[in-house]
Design a protein around this ligand. Structure first.
Ligand code: AFP
Length: 328
């Protein structure tokens, strides 16, 4: 009889490490996010039927229009993590401040940052979106967790990952021992291992960027994009970072969201989007930079810190960095 692949929980227990307080903690946290992901996946599949397409009628803290599913996803991820009792502090793209963790704010050992529904403008057109997360061990002791526990560089992260809601639902994570993919079997309701130790695909001459913004780009980015086009690169842009990142990880390429003359720090959020994906990229043999320094080295100064980001195949990121160093 064929042996069925391990599920996310089994695999994470067997592949935990000493940085977690208990060997089951990683599995419990990933399982909580995975459960939230199953709920979000099912809501997305039925969004039109359940009238949860479209705007929630408000903007989030960074001014992005909130979709109904942003609000639903935010609550579902928070509740799933709170139910573990392991999380002392949480922050998400949809909240201005820290999410209240109740008594666990003093006793919980972990901090979680997340973007519940990345690429939410894709929801209404049935295009891919995702959930991104990063997990830290707390720093403070004996007090309610606060900014000191959460405003930390990506190099402090114990684990990071994403759930991609595409033609199938993929759960990807790293805890510093490679990147692993699980696929949601909707019949079993379980994430099963489909690829262990994923490696970033070699260069395949693909770039993913919103070139519609290039009228505001700075010289290094303009020179780079002219270069790659002259070299015959293909453009692929889904408009959801998780989906563009996943595509490039599997097929080769670089995702670029530069700062520009109007927004020097770009659009993407360091804590909720960039640092977790940078951890995944590096663990798969890829790279992530703001143009000069690695994304994971950047110290956040506020919860909604933004940064330019270039992420993907290591050779492509090195090529891009060359344009930034020449122009600086
Ligand atoms: P949301 O999480 O608010 O949906 O933002 C999505 C995002 O940050 C990222 O996923 C996309 O790659 C990027 O925005 C798309 O931005 P543009 O619409 O400016 O290309």
């Amino acid at each position: 009889m064929p042996v069925s692949p391990p599920n996310l929980f089994q695999f994470a227990i067997e592949n935990s490490n000493d940085e977690f307080a208990n060997s089951t903690d990683l599995a419990i946290l990933l399982n909580a996010i995975g459960s939230a992901g199953k709920f979000i996946s099912s809501e997305i599949n039925r969004a039109a039927l359940r009238d949860i397409f479209g705007s929630a009628g408000a903007a989030n803290v960074t001014g992005d229009e909130q979709q109904k599913l942003d609000v639903i996803g935010d609550n579902v991820v928070a509740e799933a993590l709170l139910s573990t009792g392991l999380v002392c502090a949480m922050s998400s793209e949809e909240n201005a401040g820290l999410i209240d963790c109740g008594v666990a704010a003093t006793t919980g050992e972990y901090v979680v940052v997340y973007d519940p529904v990345d690429g939410s403008s894709n929801i209404d057109v049935a295009a891919p979106i995702g959930t991104i997360f990063g997990i830290y061990r707390r720093l403070s002791e004996g007090v309610r967790a606060g900014d000191v526990d959460i405003l930390r560089p990506g190099t402090d992260m114990l684990a990071a990952g994403y759930v991609l809601y595409g033609s199938s639902t993929i759960f990807a994570y790293t805890s510093g021992n490679g990147v692993h993919f699980f696929t949601l079997d909707p019949t079993l309701g379980d994430y099963l291992l489909t690829e262990e130790n994923v490696r970033s695909h070699g260069s395949s001459h693909v770039y993913s960027a919103n070139e519609g913004n290039s009228g505001k780009w700075n010289d290094p980015d303009l020179d780079w994009v002219e270069h790659v086009k002259a070299e015959g690169y293909s453009g692929r842009y889904i408009g959801a970072l998780v989906a563009d990142f996943h595509r490039n990880l599997m097929k080769g390429g670089i995702y670029a969201y530069p700062g520009d003359k109007g927004s020097p720090d770009g659009k993407l959020r360091l804590l909720f989007e960039c640092a977790p994906l940078a951890f995944i990229a590096e663990q798969a043999g890829g790279a992530a930079t703001n143009g000069t320094i690695p994304i994971r080295d950047i110290e956040p100064t506020q919860l909604h810190h933004r940064t330019p980001m270039y992420i993907g195949n290591a050779d492509e990121v090195a090529l891009l960095k060359g344009f930034h160093s020449v122009n600086n």
